[in-house]
Ligand binder design. Structure first.
Ligand code: FES
Ligand code: FES
Length: 135
């Protein structure tokens, strides 16, 4: 029965044991911060990255005020981007996250938050570094 459709167990796992929950110091020059909201539901996700001089993401964390799918999506996103280069991280698509978590179509916008948050965090660190260079 439709109303009994359970979340995929990966979603439940990431929701109950979210990886990388936390915050980095926003003012740190090696930290990029992305804060994005979902127009569809009003939920908010903050995702942060710690980046070395070569542009590699050495650490990542998130805080999400949102549904289970959004929390699971951000948890997966932080796992996936750790160890990647920022230019690689921005190629992660919400469809990849949604597919990994078996999100139903009505929950696609929740994984969109994670894609947007990654892009926003990368844009932030790039802007910060560009500003530091010209300062
Ligand atoms: Fe955690 Fe796949 S179940 S990233
Ligand atoms: Fe808002 Fe999922 S319902 S992010």
């Amino acid at each position: 029965r439709v109303f009994e459709r359970a979340y995929d167990k990966k979603v439940v796992d990431h929701y109950e044991n979210p990886r990388n929950v936390g915050s980095f110091d926003k003012s740190d020059l090696n930290v990029g911060t992305g804060v994005v909201g979902a127009p569809a539901c009003g939920d908010v996700m903050k995702l942060q990255i710690k980046v070395d001089d070569e542009g590699n993401i050495v650490d990542s964390c998130f805080k999400t005020f949102g549904c289970g799918s959004a929390i699971a999506s951000s948890s997966v996103a932080t796992e996936w981007i750790k160890g990647t280069h920022v230019d690689e991280a921005v190629t992660i698509k919400n469809q990849d996250i949604a597919k990994h978590l078996n999100l139903p179509p009505v929950k696609l916008h929740c994984s969109m938050l994670a894609e947007d948050a990654i892009r926003s965090a990368v844009a932030d660190i790039k802007a910060k570094r560009a500003a530091a260079k010209t300062a």
